[in-house]
Design a protein around this ligand. Structure first.
Ligand SMILES: [Zn+2]
Length: 218
């Protein structure tokens, strides 16, 4: 720590430790305008184009949260909030949005593994929101119908999904399904592929000529 700089405030990531927990109490470590840091949080943060949770902190609406370059988990409240530093607050994650985010995120994982399995085109993850996801593809990707069927068959298998942190670095985490593969991922995940539900895949070409596979939740 540099002389004069403040220590980093650490938030326990309950969204990893107990992903099913949506209602929780936390202590408010810091309030700066409309931004607050809690000692623990079930709100998964926005991360590299992947939308995170919203909900309520005390009586205030929480619009989204992020991990700062200083590694602090900052939650954004409406400007009229009355949350006070040092107090304990009751917090609630928006469950409908969480379900959508986890389904869309699972769909993104499976589309990437499907493309890897069916074609040799490299893929790059695009956005995830509560309605669907995007996967960018290098190549035209003719096999859209096969990809849809591949993902549907993995969902029908209802295989368990495993998650774990690197024992030497908790900021490195992994997603795994037996027979499908392992991916490094900091997301919050459903516990089985059968929870994907109905979906549809389409292919678009962006204005800049990039091929993009969109996964829509239904
Ligand atoms: Zn993931």
């Amino acid at each position: 720590m540099k002389s004069g700089s403040r220590p980093t405030l650490t938030t326990r990531p309950l969204y990893y430790l107990d992903p099913g927990k949506l209602l929780f109490d936390a202590r408010v470590l810091r309030v700066r305008g409309s931004q607050v840091v809690l000692d623990s949080s079930c709100f998964s943060p926005d991360l590299r184009g992947r939308a995170g949770d919203n909900g309520t902190i005390g009586s205030a609406r929480m619009f989204g949260s992020e991990i700062t370059p200083q590694d602090e988990h900052v939650h954004n409240l409406d400007t009229t909030h009355r949350v006070l530093e040092g107090t304990r607050v009751s917090c609630l994650v928006n469950s409908e949005r969480r379900q959508g985010l986890m389904r869309a995120h699972l769909l993104q994982h499976l589309i990437r593994f499907a493309i890897q399995s069916i074609s040799s085109c490299p893929t790059y993850p695009g956005h995830v929101n509560a309605r669907g996801c995007a996967v960018f593809v290098e190549g035209y990707l003719e096999e859209l119908e096969q990809i849809q069927q591949w993902v549907a068959s993995v969902a029908a298998d209802n295989a368990p999904i495993y998650n774990w942190a690197d024992p030497s670095d908790s900021r490195r985490r992994f997603w795994h399904v037996d027979g499908i593969g392992t991916a490094p991922c900091l997301g919050v995940h459903l516990d089985s592929t059968g929870r994907l539900g109905s979906f549809e895949i389409e292919r678009i070409v962006t204005n800049s000529g990039q091929v993009c596979t969109l996964g829509h939740l239904q």
